[in-house]
Design a protein around this ligand. Sequence first.
Ligand code: GLN
Length: 493
Amino acid sequence: MTASKASDALHLQTLTELARGLAGGEFSSRELTESLLERIDAHQKSLNAFITLTADEALAEADLADKNRATGAGGPLQGLPIVHKDLFCTAGVRTTCGSKILQDFVSPYDATVVARLKSAGAIMLGKTNMDEFAMGSSNETSFFGAVTNPWDQKMSPGGSSGGSAAAVAARLVPAATGTDTGGSIRQPAALTGTVGLKPTYGRVSRFGMVAFASSLDQAGVITRSAEDAALLLNAMAGVDPRDSTSADQPIPDYTATLSDSVKGLRIGVVRQHFDEGLDDECGKTVKTALAALEDAGASLVDVDLPNIGLSVPTYYVVAPAECSSNLSRFDGVRFGHRADNVKDLFDLYCRSRGEGFGAEVKRRIMTGTYVLSAGYYDAYYLKAQKVRQLISRDFNQAFEKVDVIAGPTAPTTAFRLGEKTDDPITMYLNDIYTIGANLAGLPGISVPCGLVKKMPVGLQLVGPAFAEASLLSCAHQYQQITDWHRQAPEAFR
Ligand code: GLN
């Protein structure tokens, strides 16, 4: 096992270690930025983790950060590199959402997440590849091509934040933003051996995120340690007047409680999470992780989520319904791709959308339009909303008995690129353990907890609303007693 430390090559250091190095004057932000840009350049062709690189802007910002540091000015993330999933709007830099329809779209403003990280001092190196409109679990629906998994480049890195996960796993960058509507931060994190944090719905502003399913979408981060996720959440969290669903809740210092012990922590183990859908070896690996937490003083308690088995079908009614409405704005008129030589307005709509959207996005729009249509609304959409309430109630009842729920993040390790593309249902089932938290609006984190046939496995922790601090401290404590998060894929050390 290779444990990286602050004296390691810059690309192996975590954000927290890099922050210390910068503060101690061991290297400059320019040196750090240059060295990571070189690494990105060397691996972009084979990983395809990025859609756009912003090297010149990043170097200019790095110089400014170095100057600020010399005068004592600047925020907590000053001079630290980050990359953004390409659905966060970035002023002046294109935001494609992995789609042909937005391939030349340049937003006039920054998403709140981008603006907050920027004002804390972080430097954006580029925008990462993703499934088109965040619809997918393998990064294969991207108009810009699939991303490869750094652990085995025949495999998918997961999705939809596959580019962010691959970039962090390959040690191209220490941290990336992502979004999670049904698992798109946690599942790719699990499949690439990285940490993925999806905060409580409303904890982080959605302003400037291209919308997929507004009642489920949430911004978060992919990092290599829980400590780094805490550092970033400090900068991102908080109410935003431009997002009415953002929560006006106090923001704790998430780094301050990382050293809280797990002694006495009640960890719920959900029976339904270990049934036949789970790969045997992955199940054993997750159980070993749970035993390690138990040895550290936590207690394991069996809990039941009786309706969790309905989460995938429920999600595939709610998410397409919301997406069909959200994506109606891409009409060839206001922004994005516009078809040439159209006959009339109707032709403009049809052809612009027909040419601009890929197959999975069209499938979702059609399903969503169907479940919302008169006559089917009650049978599908309304029914799904009711089941969603039941799932939410199950979680609330479980949290009367336990502090966190722990289990597998995904049913298997990474699968082969191309393996599931012809079978949407099998692809959808990859999120079987993650979707529940989105339907109930709860925070979740995936941390690497072992390898099966040399491929990473993720341990998922889900907590009550706004319990990010306890998820992060539990994950951090786990990372104090294990070093799975320190292991880099062989070709990227
Ligand atoms: N894989 C799920 C989907 O395809 C979740 C995607 C997400 O979380 N953005 O919808």
